[in-house]
Write a protein that binds this ligand. Structure first.
Ligand code: FAD
Length: 463
């Protein structure tokens, strides 16, 4: 028998590594098992961080190619060095994953390298060694969902992982799935010169997004050159030396058509990952969608085994996983860890960005909630004009009776940063009036948020 621990976390993604650090801060003896060669999970290695590195680089490329002249900056012939761009992305990832390794050392978290298997409650096997522990936290995350008839080879038909690694800009990239990942990576390759077609089963992009924001988002992306084929399903993909031929049918059934692509990005969603973990042997229950079942305190049905992050229900987001990691560690330490699921932002990092928190107008209608709406367009915001980035608007939804903020939805420049004040407003139970009466710096994009809050009471000043 090897060393024993108070907590063994399985998986070192944003859920797992944050949970391990918090547990160590609380004085527990902690190990974190990770089978990948580097720490940080999907997010740091093949998700949030590399995608944002490429989004930034491709946005710089697009700006310098198309927008600089308007500012009176002539740069001559612009050319793309994709090899350098990819290398930079690698450097960004390396710095981040090394950062987690440093944090583990600083907090005395032991990294158990290899795949972890729960052999019994309180026992985790890694590379043939069994470790005893008082508590286990499952944080094994998720992987890309497959689609029948579309076989991924990570070269011609790629998941997001291969989609971040392309060595050549495809002539025609077909994205299957109009969700966040598909639209972000589609934007990267479109900006770098690919023709991009997004095929989506539903009649709209990013299901769950406030409808009005979603419609305008689709228009903005369309204006940028992205093409959409909504209400359509891909039923087959045939590879040849010169590309992939997709068979596409109307979602409701009907005549099939063929679409040719150089590269196909399969981005129809992600599924919880528990392969090889031994959950069945340990008696840990999964739900109907293969997610580890937990109660309100991240406890599975087996005493001493907890689960957090993408592997349990809820939005598959890094910051949601992190909040759960902190809360689970605090609960294990006997404290009152808690996650407020009403105040978890979601961001699409295209340009403009989309950011949202709380309920959509459709959700409020569905539950019969009386509400007020305040909206303000970025065309009326001085800073957005100065930036030359006026697409989009802020929309705030508040309880009609109490004025408490119920939801906020922003399509616009830097929306992912702007949403923070509305997340805070919801967290603090603020009213739209509280936001409206808060002094916002001028000229800033945040003034559009204040104006939308004023508009909820019919008294916006600048429109
Ligand atoms: P993961 O990050 O998936 O980590 C799980 C880890 O567990 C992995 O490293 C895996 O190797 C390891 N593991 C699994 N099984 C075992 C085992 N048996 N033993 C040992 N180790 C094991 N979210 C955002 O909030 N913002 C974004 O901008 C964003 N962008 C994204 C872009 C892309 C392309 C993708 C794919 C995802 C993106 N996400 C984003 C989602 C985000 O990456 C996930 O929500 C987040 O990583 C979930 O964290 P986690 O800790 O639950 O799991």
């Amino acid at each position: 028998m090897s060393e024993s621990f108070d907590v063994i976390v399985i998986g070192a993604g944003p859920g797992g590594y944050v949970c391990a650090i918090r547990a160590a801060q609380l004085g527990m003896k902690v190990a974190c098992v990770e089978k990948r060669a580097t720490l940080g999970g999907t997010c740091l290695n093949v998700g949030c961080i590399p995608s944002k590195a490429l989004l930034q680089s491709s946005e710089n490329f697009e700006e310098i190619s198309h927008s600089f002249a308007e500012h009176g900056i002539n740069v001559g012939q612009v050319s793309l060095d994709l090899g350098r761009m990819q290398a930079r992305k690698g450097e960004v990832v390396a710095a981040n994953v090394k950062g987690v390794e440093f944090l583990f050392k600083k907090n005395k978290v032991t990294w158990l390298k290899g795949a972890g298997k729960i052999t019994a409650p309180g026992k985790v096997e890694v590379e043939g060694q069994t470790y005893e522990t008082k508590n286990i936290v499952i944080a094994t995350g998720s992987d890309s969902a497959p689609l029948r008839g579309v076989e991924v080879d990570e070269k011609q038909i790629v998941t997001s992982t291969g989609g971040l690694e392309l060595e050549k800009v495809p002539g025609h990239l077909v994205v299957i799935g109009g969700g966040v990942i598909g639209l972000e990576l589609g934007s990267v390759w479109r900006r770098l010169g690919a023709e991009v077609t997004v095929i989506e089963f539903l009649d709209r992009l990013v299901p769950g997004m406030d409808n009005e924001i979603g419609k305008q988002f689709e228009r903005v992306l369309g204006k940028q050159g992205m093409k959409f084929k909504l209400k359509s399903k891909v039923t087959a993909a045939e590879k040849s030396a010169d590309g992939v031929t997709l068979t596409v049918e109307p979602a409701a059934g009907g005549e099939a058509e063929q679409i040719k692509a150089d590269v196909v990005l399969l981005a129809i969603g992600r599924r919880p990952y528990v392969e090889g973990l031994g959950v069945a042997d340990a008696g840990v229950e999964l739900d109907e969608r293969g997610r580890v079942k937990v109660d309100g305190q991240f406890r599975t049905n087996v005493p001493g085994i907890y689960a957090i992050g993408d592997v349990i229900a809820g939005p598959m987001l890094a910051h949601k996983a992190e909040e759960e990691g902190v809360a689970a560690a605090e609960i294990i330490a006997g404290q009152h860890g808690h996650v407020n699921y009403a105040a978890i932002p979601g961001v699409v990092y295209t340009w403009p960005e989309v950011a949202t928190v709380g309920e959509t107008e459709e959700q409020l209608k569905e539950r019969g909630q009386a509400y007020t709406v305040g909206k303000f367009p970025f065309t009326a915001n001085g800073r957005a004009r100065a930036m030359g980035s006026t697409d989009g608007f802020v929309k705030i939804l508040a309880d009609k009776q109490t004025d408490r903020v119920l939801g906020a939805h922003i399509l616009g420049p830097d929306a992912g940063t702007l949403i923070a004040e509305m997340v805070m407003a919801i967290e603090f139970g603020a009213s739209a009036e509280d936001v409206a009466r808060t002094c916002h710096a001028h000229p800033s994009l945040n003034e559009a948020v204040k104006e939308a809050a004023l508009a909820a009471d019919g008294r916006a000043l600048h429109i």
